[in-house]
Ligand binder design. Structure first.
Ligand code: FES
Ligand code: FES
Length: 218
């Protein structure tokens, strides 16, 4: 099949690609540009795992052909630490939304997280201090099978606090005495309100990534 030459600015760098007209943007991002932080959960526009920030909007990159992105400006989760807002919070290098997910335990398996972060970025670019209802509406196209969404909302609220010069809440994970509660097994309650008594073990060691793909393929 014939290919078309396109240029997309990705995370601030112009990238030239030669793609088949049928190639989806998400596949170009992951396979041609090797930016596997953008995930694929469904390929049908339902889950939001593939969400990236394009020309001021959160878009599902499985619903766009790469050729349609020609000339556009795309930010993926890998580019968040290069944005001017990075380091505004307590961390020296993380973007406030990334820091929010970390501090407020906004993830469990992490599969939805890059898409949630990009949806959160698009929202906070338009409304730096959204209500909880607005946050929930703006992430309604992004599915999370783990968290129950409570801490994802708190993570985006954390970033809004940073952007509005308010002191964000203490992390219930890193500072269990500041609001988190001890779980029955001695770990820290993750705060999702799920009702289980298994705590978050901050010292847990995870097995090595033997597939070498960062766990991105499932
Ligand atoms: S992979 Fe794009 S919405 Fe699920
Ligand atoms: S943290 Fe597992 S899908 Fe959201």
């Amino acid at each position: 099949m014939s290919t078309k030459d396109i240029t997309i600015t990705v995370n601030g760098t112009e990238r030239e690609l030669s793609v088949e007209p049928r190639r989806l943007l998400v596949h170009a991002i992951r396979e041609d540009l090797d930016l596997t932080g953008t995930h694929i959960g469904c390929d049908t526009g339902n889950c939001g795992a593939c969400t990236v920030y394009q020309d001021g909007e959160a878009i599902k990159s499985c619903l766009m052909f790469a050729v349609q992105a020609d000339g556009s400006d795309v930010t993926t989760v890998e580019g968040m630490q290069d944005l001017p807002e990075a380091g505004m919070g307590r961390s020296d290098d993380l973007h406030p939304i990334q820091e929010g997910f970390r501090q407020m335990h906004g993830l469990q398996c992490g599969y939805c997280t890059p898409g949630m972060i990009m949806a959160g970025k698009a929202l906070l670019e338009k409304d730096s201090d959204p209500s909880e209802a607005t946050i929930r509406e703006n992430i309604s196209g992004n599915l999370c099978r783990c968290t129950g969404y409570q801490n994802i909302v708190k993570s985006i609220q954390y970033a809004a606090d940073v952007f509005n010069d308010r002191e964000p809440p203490e992390s219930p994970v890193e500072n269990p005495d500041s609001g988190g509660t001890a779980a029955a097994d001695g770990g820290v309650d993750c705060g999702t309100g799920c009702g289980c008594d298994a705590g978050v073990d901050l010292d847990r060691e995870y097995p090595a990534d033997t597939a070498g793909d960062g766990g991105a393929e499932r």
